[in-house]
Design a binder for this molecule. Structure first.
Ligand code: SF4
Length: 327
């Protein structure tokens, strides 16, 4: 289908655990396990889950910023990698595609080089990719700053002269400089003051609509993904447990983990608030995930089968998939 821009199949990412003076590999942290989904052109897909569930690793592996351990990613008809077939995109072709695929980082303090002024930060990529000469790129940087509701004169200033919200706007302008069609927003408002989160979120929403961007939006905040995303994938310990249209997920959550997450959202009345589902225990270590259903150690509905067999992600209504034996 040509309106599919991104196809992710069986994506896994393991990080080796090394010990001893010879740094021998003694195990693996299984950060992402067998993640599959696709995105339509112009869609906003939300990846949600507790911190450490593999959301950001999934986004960065899709962008080819991390080396995958298994699976394949096809972007706009180009196979970026296919681990099973030992294929990886040619670096020159990837350089061309890099323009198309950009990321907005979570931390607006760490993601901007303090030694470069804003003009250089935004124009660097445009010059490197041969889109503009330096003077033209600086003019374009001014336009991008204005698009992100910042004064054009900011190009002469340095990152330390701005607040967190302003720095994130600069980060957004930099991500848009290469005129991408696909953006990964890696918790783009999580590090900001609550007072500016809504402003930056509205700016992002505006830009996504104006520039017809396909967006993978990573967040731990259910309220934000509900407001922002067309479709949502809920992750637990590196895998999807549920995936559905935003409306269906919030109206009919089918996985006990999703139900617990939704129950923890602030409610309008004290009675509704009382229905909160408290999850038992801590998230298990991704270096040693539980057998069968990875959620079984914390699930209030678990049965005998749950620790023995891994539930597959299966469709329970059109477009609504759940990985639970009882769903
Ligand atoms: Fe709970 Fe079992 Fe479903 Fe896992 S498969 S979510 S343990 S009921």
């Amino acid at each position: 289908m040509d309106d599919i821009i991104l196809e992710v199949n069986g994506l896994s990412k393991n990080f080796p655990i090394r010990k001893g003076i010879f740094s021998r590999t003694v195990g693996y942290v299984r950060a992402v396990s067998d993640v599959s989904f696709s995105m339509r052109r112009g869609e906003i897909f939300g990846l949600v889950g507790e911190s450490g569930c593999g959301k950001s690793t999934t986004g960065r592996t899709i962008l080819n910023l991390l080396t995958p351990s298994a699976g394949s990613v096809v972007f706009n008809g180009h196979e970026l990698f296919n681990v099973e077939r030992k294929r990886r995109i040619d670096p020159t072709e990837m350089r061309g595609l890099r323009k198309e695929m950009q990321i907005i980082f979570q931390d607006p303090y760490a993601s901007l080089d303090p030694r470069m002024n804003v003009g250089a930060i935004i124009s660097e990529g445009m010059v490197k990719h041969g889109m503009y000469r330096r003077a033209e790129a600086l003019e374009r940087a001014k336009e991008l700053l204005e698009l992100c509701e910042m004064p054009a004169a900011s190009i002469h200033k340095y990152p330390h002269e701005f607040s967190g919200g302003q720095r994130q706007r600069i980060g957004i302008a930099r991500a848009l400089a290469l005129e991408p069609s696909f953006i990964v927003g890696d918790e783009p408002i999580a590090a900001l003051d609550v007072s500016v989160q809504a402003q930056v979120l509205m700016l992002l929403q505006d830009l996504i609509a104006k520039l017809s961007l396909t967006t993978l939006f990573i967040s731990h905040d259910l309220g934000v993904v509900r407001y922002f995303c067309d479709r949502i994938g809920v992750m637990y310990l590196g895998s999807f447990v549920e995936m559905a249209d935003s409306e269906a997920l919030f109206a009919r959550p089918a996985h006990p983990y999703t139900q617990a997450l939704l129950s923890s959202m602030p409610k309008n009345t004290p009675d509704e608030q009382k229905q909160k589902i408290i999850l038992e225990g801590d998230v298990p270590s991704p270096a040693n995930p539980p057998s069968g259903c990875r959620f079984h150690t914390r699930c209030r509905c678990r049965q005998e089968i749950c620790s023995q067999q891994t539930p597959l992600l299966r469709e329970i209504e059109p477009g609504h998939c759940v990985a639970c034996h009882l769903a």
